[in-house]
Design a protein around this ligand. Sequence first.
Ligand SMILES: NC(=O)c1ccc[n+]([C@@H]2O[C@H](COP(=O)([O-])OP(=O)(O)OC[C@H]3O[C@@H](n4cnc5c(N)ncnc54)[C@H](OP(=O)(O)O)[C@@H]3O)[C@@H](O)[C@H]2O)c1
Length: 272
Amino acid sequence: MKQTIFITGTSSGLGKASAKYFADQGWNVAATMRTPEKETELNNYPNIKVFKLDVTNLEQVKSATEQAIATFGKIDVVLNNAGMGTYGALEFAKEEDIDWQFAVNTRGPINIIRAFLPHFRSNNGGMFINVSSFMGLTTAVPLGSLYNMSKFALEGLIEGLYYELKPLHIELRLIEQGGSTDNNFKENMTWNVNPEITDYDELTEKIKQLMNNHDPALRDDTMDIVKVIAGLANRESNQFRTVIGNAGNALMALRNSVPIEDYLEKIAANYN
Ligand SMILES: NC(=O)c1ccc[n+]([C@@H]2O[C@H](COP(=O)([O-])OP(=O)(O)OC[C@H]3O[C@@H](n4cnc5c(N)ncnc54)[C@H](OP(=O)(O)O)[C@@H]3O)[C@@H](O)[C@H]2O)c1
């Protein structure tokens, strides 16, 4: 029987590429996004159905999950992909931006997982694949503490859930990516600013430059990440965490090989 995947955040980047790839591989795809009225490509696939979903909106979570289940009968895999970044000095972050970072990247997956658990329990199984970042396992980019917070929390959530979902045959996976060749992540970022205080200006300038000049060679081909996700969905791999790319793996190797104090100093020295 045809398998079905439910994906959040399919308007661009990894989510959109995943929707197309799974559809091309013969899966049914429930492709969800905040603005389905703008979508022109995914609607053309006979096996993709687009649903409106802001992962922070509980009414939309309920209706999108119910509609997807009603349309396809059974959802086999859920890809929690939607996410965004709030960067800049913590001191300048607006209250609503702090909450929004958590709401989208952490509370969003919680909302989706809770909505699908009754369905997965009644199916005696299912899989949640969660797009995190190696920024969820370690730190490397100054002024990204809120993003780190949201993805570290996602890691804790998924690891903690393992024990209660394992007896129910519900599987959990984490994708630790570090940026792909094709996404709107930078365009969708929020920056915390305060033009009256200059203490963080030098560091901010360095990080903005780093992001603007981000060496394409350090980014992973979007399709390589999509194929890792497909390998997990198809059970070719049963890795709980998959760190993708040379940059992420090098960073994790460093993080795991030296005391945290040394790690922090080494990373900080990159920005002196
Ligand atoms: N690109 C990177 O550098 C990088 C690195 C590591 C991890 N990641 C993670 O990878 C995932 C995919 O990001 P990407 O790189 O493909 O960037 P992207 O092109 O910006 O895609 C993010 C997607 O999330 C959606 N989204 C944002 N807020 C949402 C909300 N409240 N409800 C539903 N959807 C929402 C966006 O939709 P709208 O069009 O409506 O905004 C967009 O479709 C994210 O979880 C991100 O944190 C990215």
